[in-house]
Ligand binder design. Structure first.
Ligand code: FES
Length: 164
């Protein structure tokens, strides 16, 4: 008695086409994924490598909203708007010691830093504490709509007032 192994039968035509189709689709899918990866990499490579930051110019509103003698902190902009007898000016509200946000103390008539106790006059001159420099005066001007604009990126020498 012979123990013949039965050889696998030749796959039917329908099954062979099915398998061929499967591998063709697999190959196309792989090519598609590789193509998408290449396109994403090329897009990233060709895009300008720019860091989009908010504009340094901020609108501080109408001069009428500041009474004479007022020192107003805009915490978002980190800027003081001072309306003195001589006119308007803007001070950087960031302490020159380690960068804390300072605050106007009406009862003491001074700008104070809550972190290490530096104190400044309303003109930004340091009077006490570890701050190494005065608060910077920032460029301020009136735009055509009559609003006060401040350029936080441009320091100016003190005593340059905006007269309205
Ligand atoms: S951060 Fe203002 S005194 Fe230190």
């Amino acid at each position: 008695m012979t123990d013949e192994k039965k050889l696998p039968e030749k796959p039917e035509d329908g099954e062979a086409i099915h398998r061929r189709e499967f591998f063709a689709r697999l190959g196309l899918g792989s090519l598609g994924i590789a193509g998408l990866g290449t396109a994403a990499f090329a897009y990233q490579f060709l895009s300008p490598n720019v860091l989009y930051e908010p504009s340094p110019v901020v609108d501080m509103g109408k001069p009428e909203s500041y009474s004479v003698g007022s020192v107003t902190l805009n915490a978002d902009a980190r800027v003081f708007v001072v309306h003195s007898e001589e006119g308007f000016f803007a001070l950087n509200a960031v302490c020159t010691h380690l960068g804390c946000l300072t605050a106007w103390k009406e009862e003491q008539k001074q700008i104070a830093c809550p972190c290490h106790g530096s104190k400044f006059t309303r003109e930004g001159v340091k009077t006490d504490g570890p701050a190494p420099k005065p608060l910077a005066w920032l460029r301020m001007w009136l735009n055509e709509d009559g609003s006060l604009l401040v350029d936080r990126s441009t320091e100016i020498p003190p005593k340059q007032f905006v007269r309205v």
